[in-house]
Design a protein around this ligand. Sequence first.
Ligand SMILES: NC(=O)c1ccc[n+]([C@@H]2O[C@H](COP(=O)([O-])OP(=O)(O)OC[C@H]3O[C@@H](n4cnc5c(N)ncnc54)[C@H](O)[C@@H]3O)[C@@H](O)[C@H]2O)c1
Length: 308
Amino acid sequence: MADVLVTGGAGFIGSHLVDILVKNGCRVTVVDNLNAGIKDHIHPSATFYKLDICNQEISGIFEREKFNFVFHLASRIGVQRSVKDIVLDNKADVLGSLNILINCWKHKVEKIIFSSSGGAIYGDVNQIPTNENTIPLPVSPYGIHKLIFEKYLNYYHQVFGQRYIAIRQSNIYGPRQFNGGTMGIIHVLIDNGINGKKSFITRKGTQTRDFLYVDDLIDAYISAMDTDYNGVLNVGSGAETSILQIIELIKCELGCNIEFEFIPSRPGEQARSCLDVSKAKEVLGWQAKTSLKEGIAKTVVWHKSLKH
Ligand SMILES: NC(=O)c1ccc[n+]([C@@H]2O[C@H](COP(=O)([O-])OP(=O)(O)OC[C@H]3O[C@@H](n4cnc5c(N)ncnc54)[C@H](O)[C@@H]3O)[C@@H](O)[C@H]2O)c1
């Protein structure tokens, strides 16, 4: 039975991951400061520490629990938040992440799997879909901090032999998503649609994203535990979808109009994003299974269930 730490395990993606790890028979520990996470979403079988990843007490948890695997998901998450407070973002996402990585190495963790961002790390590039050989030139502090930590992972691998995979995941959506802003656009549009509230759309809705349903991402995480590969991997649907197309799909599913207004674009916002996922297929034998229509339908059902 593997001992697994999930940082950010009270969050949207982390809580789904914890559920599957527990189901697969792992002993799971969650570290989360609950800044954005929800305690009730943590599986009752998991051991929970309400702690910031920057806290030096983390070392004692590693010492006690002797993890085989660490999934590092804790992050302030969000482009606009990182633009507003670049120093705070650096502290949590770079220094906090380093605290986790140093402990992985000190306490002989077999592998660390990191939630990087395929949507923010490449910046505005010519090659769409974008593969892992593209030089990342992030246009937001959020993307820069993800890239910096990937470099630290690579350093620990090259110099000390620490095994790792950085999953450059695309825009993830599904039940339990609570983050606002562009990263949670499907959640925001559904929530506003159900509540008859107006949504604000930048770039006239022509910006594109690669949307992946959360269960498909979790499948990739689980496969990442078993491979010998070390390095970065794009994980996404491989399909490019505009926000206007998303609005149409959600309208169809909700069966009502979605009111929106165009606003100017914001700093750090990319025009296009779509990932080439052929390497993940080759290395993990993984591919997305959920169509956008099906994923949106499941997400709408979940949103509606909240209202009862
Ligand atoms: N949601 C997406 O579309 C997306 C896309 C690419 C990458 N990612 C990455 O996936 C990971 C999970 O994202 P999510 O969508 O579940 O976000 P989320 O905000 O729901 O989850 C992040 C969790 O980390 C916790 N956290 C934040 N800062 C912390 C700190 N300093 N110490 C301890 N806990 C802290 C929060 O309380 C929260 O529970 C993040 O690393 C994010 O950058 C997400």
